[in-house]
Design a binder for this molecule. Sequence first.
Ligand code: PMP
Length: 302
Amino acid sequence: MNFVYFKGSFVPLKEAKISILTHAFNYGTGVFEGIKGYYNQKQDQLYIFRVEEHLERIKKNCRIIKIDLDKPTAGLKELVVELVRKNEFKTDIYIRPLAYKSSEKVGVKLPDEHDFCIFAVPVSHYFNPDKPIKACLSSWRRIEDNAIPGRGKITGAYVNSALAGQEARDNGFDEAIFMNEDGHVSEGAAMNLFLVRNGMLHTPSLSQNILEGITRDAVMEIASEELGIGTMERAIDRTELYTADEVFFCGTLAEIVSVGSIDHRLVGSGKKGKITSEIMKFFYKVVNGEIDKYRKWLTPVY
Ligand code: PMP
């Protein structure tokens, strides 16, 4: 049975129901997180990746839509760990904490009433890590910070991502790349983006309407600490994508995936690049608890 955390207790998923009047259901007024847990079969251990950072992020983002998620991060973390234990998962999992406006009154505003829930589901790789993917520039623009802040991980904002992601798939691509209204590169539908140029990483800066990705941060730390490769965070032009040596996406669900072509133009040779491969290899060791130095990012559940 899948247990979830709902209205202050752990209940079976089928008992966790909300009314159709719920504000967040009507207006997209929720803030969520996506956290990955990696099951290491050899160690019979499940490691949750950077859970504190994700919980800090949701607490901060809640302020944007005036939800007071007052439980301390440590308390939220206990709930996440207990939920995973209760479900006795022995596979990779995706954990979804969600804070949402629970008012059952009609009206477009930010009412005080809110609730908080968590569920977790088994997952496998979102993309095949060995196969570079086909990306395209989306005809949809990335939402601006002054419209619906992308950094906020606000549920309603994901219509923007769904439009771009679906358009890409309908047109035979694997993933979309958003540009901002000013034509600079922003990010994927639900993942951050890196370019390799002349042995260095380049990624859109925080003011490019991106989500401040936790995997993005991990990539920059691994590249710098382990490979001696620096990252430039800056505004990136569209055609830099076409001329880059390597391009990859990163995110909690996407993990790290190489981009083999963009708009039908091969990226480099079209194969997984050397630097992308090295970062990926190290990343998978880290998340599976194989590197002591990076246990700081892992919470063992069992
Ligand atoms: N951008 C968007 C829009 C996302 O939804 C995600 C997934 N959370 C990311 C980037 C990657 O962020 P993270 O590495 O924190 O999962």
